[in-house]
Design a protein around this ligand. Structure first.
Ligand code: GLN
Length: 481
């Protein structure tokens, strides 16, 4: 048995039954990371002290003490979530030496439940991107084909989970950054409803869109992590005080009349043939296992990218004002006065895409353009949200491809930001509307590249997503337990 191939749930069962030693798991994981991650580069920081924690878990097991939900399970964290004592760089030179004095709430909850923090994963700088090529520390590669990108911005988390370099990971999703890399790397990734999971300690990109969520090897693993990270947090006033159901109770094998909406706008001409074929295959499977397929329309879909890139850059330009060389991180060496220190620090510390977004965001917020761009963007956002709410009068969930394309080649879109932005065409609208959504593996192309299926549900109805996602997973490959 290759213990590193186990799902989180499987590992947990073996640990509980004392059939496996935690030290054995963690040491072989660190060994694998040290040998294989040189090439994949999914980690920016690896916690070599994890073995010490594993020893304590084994002692607990030996004494017959009860293990917590995630006790002894190595989990990685995207490098934009604060972790006490571990670097948190956002894959940016401007934060290259930042070590936070506190944990993000989601991280804290994992630790309280016994998880072992195995390391921090690579990402696009400040989560701006769809390929992880915008990392200041070099790109991550797709484990299925190392000449291709893993998607982004949570590309490190998705690649690490896919290559069995961790048992699960936390990512963040502002416009698709959990789901798109999950699709490209053949793993499961969920963006929860806005407000479901605390954003405290997540370094902000666009605060009205950002959500933390799990990236896992199976749907059940995703449910296990959602149970833990969801819920109201005093430290984030946008987190919502609603009961969190036990999501693991929603694992299904059939769909008993659940109405699944297929939006015509998501099968546009630009979609790659093999992606379309795989999604159509899954739609047939959904029908076979008892789902009711309904054609629906989300008429404002095509305005999503434009609206998203106005709102997201506006918020980002304001959020990134805090990186000025005074409070934390990088500071330029030679300067004559305060203004020059600010300018040189930001000029040298930020990468090209970050600067592009700050300029764009500042522009759309400036006097004279605010109404024309930012306000217009917000109005379109309302229309997009209304499209979804109307559709959910008729259907229980919506099923779409996660991305219009297969994982693309490293370098293919790096010089063409617009082409890169279009990669999120099927995911950004979900963030604009604040809805929950998942990407699950939906099969492979003829060249053995994974295709992702996206399932979207109404606000705070993550359990519906779990029903449909687990049933499809089971029908496709017999669910991993
Ligand atoms: N790719 C999108 C962007 O670059 C989404 C990023 C994200 O979700 N963090 O903005």
């Amino acid at each position: 048995m290759d213990i590193l191939k186990l799902t989180l749930w499987e590992l947990r069962e073996l640990l509980k039954k004392k059939e496996i030693s935690c030290v054995e798991v963690v040491s072989s994981l660190l060994e694998k990371i040290n040998s294989e991650d040189k090439e994949i580069h999914s980690y920016l920081f690896v916690n070599e002290k994890a073995v010490e924690e594993a020893k304590k878990v084994d002692e607990k097991i030996a004494k017959g003490e009860e293990l917590k939900e995630l006790e002894g399970i190595p989990i990685s964290i995207k490098d934009n979530m604060c972790t006490i004592g571990m670097p948190t760089t956002c894959a940016s030179k401007i934060l290259y030496n930042f070590i936070p004095p506190y944990d993000a709430t989601a991280v804290k909850k994992l630790k309280e439940n016994g998880a072992i923090m195995i390391g921090k994963t690579n990402m696009d700088e400040f989560a701006f991107g769809s390929s992880t090529e915008n990392s200041a520390f070099g790109p991550t590669k797709n484990p299925f084909d190392k000449t291709r990108v893993p998607g982004g911005s949570s590309g490190g988390s998705a690649a690490a989970t896919s290559a069995d370099l961790c048992f699960a990971s936390l990512g963040s999703d502002t416009g698709g950054s959990i789901r798109q890399p999950a699709a490209f790397c053949g793993v499961v990734g969920m963006k929860p409803t806005y407000g479901r999971v605390s954003r405290y300690g997540l370094i902000a990109f666009a605060s009205s869109l950002d959500q933390i969520g799990p990236i896992t090897k199976s749907v059940r693993d995703c449910a296990i992590l959602m149970n833990i990270i969801s819920g109201k947090d005093e430290m984030d006033s946008t987190s919502v005080n609603l009961e969190v159901p036990d999501y693991t109770e929603f694992m299904r094998e059939e769909l008993n009349g659940i109405r699944v909406g297929i939006p015509e706008e998501y099968f546009i001409s630009g979609i790659e043939k093999e992606v379309k074929e795989k999604v159509e295959n899954v739609i047939k499977i959904v029908e076979k296992i008892g789902g009711k397929i309904e054609k629906i329309s989300l008429p404002h879909t095509q305005y999503g990218i434009a609206s998203y890139y106005i709102i997201a850059t506006a918020e980002a330009s304001s959020n990134l004002a805090r990186f000025d060389g005074v409070k934390y991180g990088y500071r330029t060496e030679n300067y004559r006065n305060l203004m020059e220190m600010y300018m040189k620090t930001r000029g040298e510390g930020f990468g090209e895409e970050v600067k592009r977004r700050i300029i764009l965001g500042t522009y759309v917020l400036s006097a004279g353009y605010y109404e024309a761009y930012y306000l217009k963007g917000q109005k379109v956002r309302t229309l997009i949200k209304k499209d979804f709410l109307d559709a959910f009068e008729k259907v229980d969930v919506i099923l779409t491809p996660t991305t219009p394309e297969l994982p693309f080649k490293l370098g293919e879109k790096k010089k063409d930001p617009l082409a890169m932005y279009l990669s999120d065409i099927f995911t950004v609208n979900v963030n604009l509307a604040g809805l929950p959504s998942i990407s699950i593996p939906g099969g492979f192309s003829s060249s053995n590249l994974p295709v992702g299926i996206q399932i979207i549900a109404p606000h705070f109805k993550e359990e519906r997503i779990f029903e449909v996602a687990s049933a499809i997973e089971f029908a496709l490959n017999g669910r991993r337990k």
